[in-house]
Write a protein that binds this ligand. Sequence first.
Ligand code: HEC
Ligand code: HEC
Ligand code: HEC
Ligand code: HEC
Ligand code: HEC
Length: 196
Amino acid sequence: MGRKAGVGALGAALLAILVFFAVSSWSRQPVAATPSVQPIAFPHTIHVQTYKMDCQYCHSEARRSEYAGLPSVERCMGCHRITAADRPEVKKLAEYAATRTPIPWARVYKMPEFTYFPHKAHVRADVQCQTCHGPVETMTTVSAQTGPTIVNDLLHLVGLRPASPPLTMGWCIDCHRRENAARGTRAPLDCVTCHH
Ligand code: HEC
Ligand code: HEC
Ligand code: HEC
Ligand code: HEC
Ligand code: HEC
């Protein structure tokens, strides 16, 4: 009798764990890719640190649109028709320009379709790019750290409140609460503003 009950409890515990894994892996959307292989090895380090170029010189939509945008081949060629024109990676660039093909950059940061993230509001509220994207100026290849982690899920399950991983819903909401309290911004906390 006692032994049977023990097996039942073990079964229930196993089932709970299975359900937990099923649910949590269902919700684990591919928010962002792993460090990406890019068609041209574009170094943020050289452009931002050594040559002090502003982020928005290249990502010029950030201030006025939902997207930050990527620079056109022509914008790169403005410098690279002459600058470092003999280097292999810059020759690839010239190839794209000559054939008028857009560079097929691999996307690094990507939210699921059912969410709405506008750059404009954040840039205008003076949230630094690096707050969300990390120290891009030190990156030779941009990569993202993201996603719910199993450790984080487990800490929540036992009732702790670890900081939400970047790019999760908790991350957006934590910052909105913090900013609204600290400096009276009106970052949304209602579902429909971020989901529609
Ligand atoms: C000379 C132009 C240039 C400058 C200046 C520049 N970037 Fe970029 N950025 C690019 C290009 C080209 C890519 C696409 C290739 C890549 O991902 O490395 C990119 C990619 C990115 C991505 C990843 C986009 C994605 O696919 O999700 C982020 C984030 C980013 N840049 C942020 C910044 C920040 C922050 C700064 C300033 C500190 C900056 N960039 C300055 C050209 C530039
Ligand atoms: C304002 C001028 C400017 C713009 C615009 C610019 N670059 Fe550059 N880029 C430079 C300079 C300067 C260097 C350093 C060259 C050197 O090492 O002598 C460089 C270096 C590079 C290198 C490294 C070359 C090597 O192998 O040493 C690559 C690749 C490159 N740029 C790609 C791009 C791409 C792609 C874009 C457009 C998204 C772009 N650049 C836009 C000025 C620019
Ligand atoms: C509040 C956080 C936050 C700030 C601040 C922010 N970004 Fe982003 N960025 C994101 C998120 C989230 C995505 C993915 C958006 C999506 O998939 O809809 C993204 C995507 C991007 C992309 C790729 C897609 C696109 O929109 O073109 C680039 C490039 C980029 N950001 C550059 C920048 C630059 C440059 C700045 C500063 C001027 C900046 N970001 C400020 C969170 C932020
Ligand atoms: C580092 C802090 C921070 C993070 C992280 C952040 N936000 Fe915000 N968000 C803000 C601030 C500040 C505002 C501007 C509030 C204002 O203008 O008063 C804002 C405004 C917004 C708005 C309102 C846009 C409008 O037109 O009024 C939306 C939508 C939004 N954020 C979505 C998101 C989403 C989705 C994420 C997560 C992917 C996110 N935010 C992450 C700080 C942040
Ligand atoms: C500040 C923006 C923001 C607000 C406000 C917000 N969400 Fe989200 N939500 C997100 C983002 C971003 C994601 C995607 C995160 C991810 O995939 O990890 C998301 C994901 C979700 C998901 C999918 C869960 C998952 O794990 O993939 C559900 C369901 C959801 N939100 C419901 C809600 C409800 C209900 C509300 C209101 C109580 C709400 N959201 C408010 C930004 C927001």
